[in-house]
Ligand binder design. Structure first.
Ligand SMILES: *[C@@H]1O[C@H](CO)[C@@H](O)[C@H](O)[C@H]1NC(C)=O
Ligand SMILES: *[C@@H]1O[C@H](CO)[C@@H](O)[C@H](O)[C@H]1NC(C)=O
Ligand SMILES: *[C@@H]1O[C@H](CO)[C@@H](O)[C@H](O)[C@H]1NC(C)=O
Length: 263
């Protein structure tokens, strides 16, 4: 009987469970200057340097997910109690880390030093590489709605390319539909492979309402814009969609170390 109980316990314990915030262990390094990040694989360009106060990250391919995780937020803290703060820092993913498979992230210098306890910024930078733990977190944009920025390569009526900015919550965009306000017909955008850029080659002539499909773990939902992108949109402009995403659906990933607390 004792053996049976013991085996049963082992059997149950070996099951992992679905979790919103799996805690991962790895290492991180940092970029000594910002230029690699302003040409990050997501394609945000120099715009990225202004995201989340410059707390930027490049993630290994398993985190980057061919660009699907562009714009995702992570909380990262280093583990040396002498120099690292308990909270660590919150970063946004804007690039793929193909330089090193020994560190899950490479951070901007600003994000890296933000993991330090007061007065230890220099010590932390001197280390170069640190042991960390991290978890995905919802992105929070209290003062901004989900928006689209039209790419410079866009040209009516043949091509429209754009990026989503200020995507709140803990979600990934998987489909983008356009509904011209004058017709009932739906147009579909496609993601430029490996980036955060969505494109379409037949641009509707009217103003368009966006409808996007986001997933969070197993759950998917449609987000309907409340404001149209006007018919006279221009490259380089940012258009507010009038909605924000705050979804954190249950069961993002499987893990043994799930963390619902606050660091
Ligand atoms: C990491 O990169 C090194 C050098 O390129 C390679 O030899 C090694 O197999 C890689 N490890 C993994 C786990 O991909
Ligand atoms: C976000 O959208 C709502 C609804 O359209 C609007 O009332 C609000 O002013 C927008 N917020 C910002 C910061 O523009
Ligand atoms: C988590 O594990 C369960 C049970 O093995 C499985 O059914 C489910 O698909 C997994 N979830 C994810 C997000 O991988």
């Amino acid at each position: 009987m004792a053996l049976f109980v013991c085996l049963l316990f082992f059997f149950l314990a070996s099951f992992t469970s679905a979790c919103d915030r799996c805690v991962h262990r790895s290492k991180t390094a940092y970029f000594s200057n910002d230029s690699p990040l302003s040409s990050g694989a997501c394609g945000y360009g120099p715009l990225a340097l202004g995201f989340v106060d410059g707390h930027l990250a490049a993630g290994i391919p398993s985190l980057y997910k061919e660009g699907v995780h562009c714009g995702a937020c992570y909380q990262i803290r280093c583990k040396d109690k002498k120099i690292c703060s308990k909270t660590g820092t919150k970063v946004i993913l804007i690039d793929q880390n193909v330089q090193s498979n020994r560190t899950d992230f490479i951070l901007s210098k600003k994000a890296f030093s933000a993991m330090a306890q007061k007065g230890h910024q220099k010590n932390i930078l001197r280390r170069g590489t640190l042991d960390i733990e991290y978890k995905r977190m919802p992105c929070e944009y209290k003062k901004q709605n989900l928006s689209v920025r039209i790419e410079e390569s866009s040209q009516k009526p043949h091509h429209m390319a754009l990026k989503f900015l200020f995507q709140g919550g803990q979600t990934d965009i998987v489909l983008v539909h356009l509904h011209p306000v004058n017709t009932g017909r739906t147009a579909f955008m496609t993601r430029r492979h490996g980036t955060a850029v969505w494109e379409i080659d037949t641009v509707p002539e009217a103003a368009v309402m966006f409808q996007i499909r986001v997933i969070s773990g197993f759950d998917g939902m449609w987000i309907n814009a409340e404001r149209a992108v006007p018919a006279d949109w221009k490259p380089g402009m940012i258009y507010d969609l009038g909605v924000q995403i705050d979804t954190i659906a249950k069961g993002q990933e499987n893990c043994t170390k799930c963390d619902e607390g606050h660091w």
